[in-house]
Each structure stands twice: as structure tokens, then as C-alpha cells.
Design a binder for this molecule. Structure first.
Ligand code: ASP
Length: 457
């Protein structure tokens, strides 16, 4: 990953908040300058991170196939290093989301602006997710006849305790300052970040120092994340290799059709929906968009974590022209609540499980799936495997047997790699679009002000 952008963020932060002290500004600038020295361009012999990840991915598949008969070895000795990498990612995620959203809010220094960006992204996220589930249901119904009739007896799956809709809403709001962070409850962390960010804006001069401090900590955690991300090729290899070694061609074969359906939907959603929204609302060529997003997409594919991909996603979106102000707000929000890939997966799996059990779903039941999957994807954490847990909620909503999850659990990682890739691409498309809208609003405002000035003169 080219760390330059992230360091640029650190260097720019004090400007956006003209309230940091001169000492703080100098320190941040110095840090950023040092960092730039280190990271200017990848040294000639050094391959960009995206390339390294790609090679790790290919190696993981090749080695995984070679040690198919020693899957235990891969699980016992290779996977733990992948777990270490994921632990580090999880460790850094809470401070990253907390500080980047706070920094995003205070840099706007205008609650109306936050409202516009937050409101527009929320509408975009919800609509695209509902669309994604619908695409999933349509394709799953088309491919239904090719699904194998699997043996559904003796299946067991420990479903998470059922929570009511109102409880879900109540649980978004933290009752304690520390628990959301210690439990990595991302929705609560977002509420905390927004609340504190708004309070800083409203406190005005009294909170001037806090702005500089937030920007400083944001830069520090971004740098820490960057250090962790340098390990991602190793992490990717160690995570993927055991998956390939364990899930030989056989299990993939019996579930090939449902996997294929999900992947077709991921591609259709990306190519149709994002290309359309990015070109019409964001005025950007879809080819440019997907090309620019490639490093983040590759990383998401191998790490299966939206939140872990956040820093790289921010970098890619900013390189595509999205403003720092928008990306630092819209992307952490999206990594937590926007999961189009997960919604597709849930729609496809619901139909698959129903057909394995010989259950026919009615149209109202499908509508229920669209609504529940859209809500479930909001509550899905951006970490590997979270979507499968939320699938239980979708199945419950239409009375499908939760034990059916065991049918797809074996290959969940393969679903997850694709759905995470789509999840983060959706977040970035939103950032590009809102950034463009914001630019237009600013230009309009400037033109209006110029008109008034001219009239007064
Ligand atoms: N792994 C996905 C993500 O991080 C969430 C899921 O399991 O669907 O976006």
C-alpha cells in the first residue's frame, strides 16, 4: 500500500481544522515529512502491496492444493499466523473507526454538512443493499433447479439468541463509554464518534485543542494500521492456504452451483449497479473506478474483512478523487453498515437452503427476506464470517430451519471473500458519488455568493 496518502492525511488534517496549536501542527507535519521520506515511492526492487497480495493469494491456492492430504498441518501450523494477523487487524479497527469518523465530522465543522453526507450515504447504502438482495433472490430462483438435493438430516447449527427489532435499535446506543470499544461493537462506536464529533463542533472555541488531538491520534492509528497492513501478504497466505487445503474440490463441487450463483450476483451487482451509479451520479468512468479500486478489492478478497480493508479503501477512493472529508466519514460508516455482498449471500443462501429442504418460498416471504437481509447487513460486523451468523436472522424471519446454515458453513469463507469484495466496492462507490455531489454543492454555493457580491457592488 502506498502509505503516502495516509501520511498526506496526517499532514493535511491541521489545515482542515485551523484550530490545532502551532506545536501540534509542526509535530504532525514533521511526522508526515519523515513518513514521506520512508514511503515516497516503493523502492525499485519493492513490489506494490497489491502485487504482493496477489502473489500470496496464488501461492496459498497452489500450496493449499499440494497439501490437500495434510489439511491438519495447515490448520494447526499455518492458520494461527493468519489468526495473529486478523487479531492485529481487529485490535486496530476500533480506534481507526472512532478517530476517523470523529476527524471526519470535526473537519466539516458544520452539522448541516455532516447531515447531508450522512443522510445521502445512508439512503444510498440502504437502496443498493435492498437491490442486492433482490438480485440475489432473482438469480437464486433461476438457478434453483440446478441445486443438488442434499441430505439434510443430522444437521445442527447453534443459532445465536434471537433479538427483537426494537432491541436491535436500542442496542445501537451505548450505555457506557468503554464497553463499545472493549467489545468492538461498531455501531455503538459510530454513535459515540458522531456524538463526540458533534459536541466538539458545538463547543467551538472551548474544544479547539480536541480537534488537533483527534487529528494527531487519527494519524497515529492510521500509521499503526499501515504497519499491520504490511504483513497482509503473509496474513493472506496463512488465512487462505488452510481454506484451500481443507475444502477440497469435492465439497466445493457439491456446492458449486450455489457458489457460482452468489459470484454471478456479486459480478452483476458490481458491473450493473455500481457502474451505473458511479457514472451517472459520480460522473466517473466505471473502468477508471474499478481499476482504481483493484488493490482494495484484492485485499478484501483475501482478508474477508471490510473493516480491515478500510485504510486501503480510503487510499484508493482518495486516489480516485474522493475528498478526504467524505472518505473519512462515509467509508468507516460503510464498512460497518453497508454490506451488499452479504445481502446477496443471504438471499441466495435462503433460497438454496429452502430448496434443499424442499420448501417453496412465497412472494411475501421473499419481500420479507429483502427487508430482513437489508437490516441484517447493517448489523453485520465487517469481519470474516459475520454474515453467516446474521443469516440465521434472515432464515428465522421466514421460518426456514436455521440448521440449514450447516449446509453452507463449510464453504463460507469462499462466499465471504466475494461478498467482502463487493461490500467495500459499494462503500467506495458511495464515497466517489457523494464527493462529486459535495463538489457540485460547493460550486453552486460559491456561484450564489459571487452573484450576491456582484449585486451589492
Ligand atoms: N466478511 C464480511 C465483511 O467484512 C462480512 C460478512 O461476513 O458478510 O464485509
Amino acid at each position: 500500500m502506498s502509505e503516502e496518502k495516509i501520511q498526506d492525511q496526517a499532514a493535511e488534517s491541521p489545515e482542515t481544522s485551523d484550530s490545532s496549536t502551532p506545536e501540534e501542527e509542526t509535530a504532525i507535519m514533521k511526522d508526515a515529512a519523515n513518513a514521506k521520506e520512508d514511503f515516497k515511492e516503493p523502492k525499485k526492487h519493492q513490489m506494490p502491496l497489491a502485487g504482493q497480495i496477489f502473489i500470496a493469494l496464488v501461492c496459498a491456492i497452489v500450496v493449499g492444493m499440494l497439501i490437500r492430504n495434510h489439511a491438519d498441518f495447515a490448520v494447526t501450523y499455518i492458520q494461527p499466523f493468519g489468526t495473529i494477523f486478523l487479531n492485529l487487524v481487529k485490535f486496530i479497527v476500533v480506534p481507526i473507526v472512532l478517530f476517523s469518523i470523529m476527524a471526519g465530522v470535526v473537519s466539516m465543522s458544520d452539522i448541516k454538512k455532516v447531515g447531508f453526507i450522512g443522510g445521502t450515504s445512508l439512503v444510498y447504502y440502504m437502496l443498493t443493499t435492498a437491490f442486492a438482495t433482490t438480485i440475489g433472490l432473482i438469480f437464486a430462483n433461476i438457478f434453483k433447479r440446478f441445486y443438488p438435493l442434499l441430505n439434510t438430516s443430522n444437521l445442527s447449527y447453534d443459532a445465536p439468541p434471537k433479538t427483537s427489532f426494537m432491541d436491535t435499535i436500542v442496542n445501537i446506543f451505548p450505555s457506557n463509554f468503554i464497553t463499545p470499544m472493549s467489545e468492538a461493537n461498531m455501531l455503538q462506536v459510530i454513535v459515540m464518534a458522531l456524538l463526540i464529533g458533534f459536541a466538539i463542533i458545538l463547543a467551538g472555541k472551548d474544544a479547539q485543542h480536541a480537534v488537533g488531538t483527534i487529528n494527531t491520534w487519527n494519524a497515529i492509528f492510521m500509521k499503526a494500521m499501515d504497519m499491520i497492513l504490511r504483513l497482509s501478504p503473509i496474513g493472506v497466505f496463512c488465512l487462505l492456504c488452510p481454506v484451500v487445503a481443507q475444502n477440497g474440490a469435492m465439497i466445493i463441487g457439491s456446492l458449486a452451483m450455489v457458489l457460482l450463483t452468489a459470484y454471478i450476483c456479486y459480478v452483476v451487482h458490481a458491473v450493473c449497479v455500481y457502474s451505473f451509479t458511479v457514472s451517472t451520479l459520480g460522473k466517473m468512468s466505471p473502468i477508471k473506478f474499478f481499476k482504481g479500486m483493484m488493490p482494495a478489492m484484492l485485499f478484501a478478497f483475501s482478508s474477508a474483512s471490510s473493516v480491515g480493508t478500510l485504510p486501503l479503501n480510503m487510499e484508493c477512493a482518495q486516489k480516485l478523487g474522493a475528498s478526504k472529508e467524505v472518505t473519512s466519514f462515509v467509508l468507516p460508516l460503510g464498512a460497518t453498515i453497508n454490506m451488499d455482498g452479504t445481502a446477496i449471500y443471504q438471499g441466495v443462501c435462503a433460497i438454496f437452503i429452502a430448496s434443499c429442504y424442499g420448501i417453496h418460498l412465497t412472494l411475501p416471504q421473499m419481500v420479507t427476506i429483502v427487508l430482513t437481509a437489508t437490516l441484517a447487513s447493517i448489523g453485520t460486523a465487517g469481519v470474516p464470517g459475520a454474515g453467516m451468523v446474521m443469516l440465521a436472522m434472515v432464515l428465522q424471519s421466514v421460518g426456514l430451519p436455521i440448521s440449514g446454515i450447516a449446509l453452507v458453513a463449510g464453504v463460507d469463507r469462499i462466499f465471504d471473500m466475494g461478498r467482502t469484495t463487493l461490500n467495500i466496492t459499494g462503500d467506495a462507490s458511495c464515497a466517489v458519488i457523494i464527493s462529486h455531489m459535495q463538489d457540485k454543492r460547493n460550486a453552486k454555493k460559491a456561484a450564489k455568493e459571487a452573484k450576491v457580491e456582484n449585486a451589492q457592488a
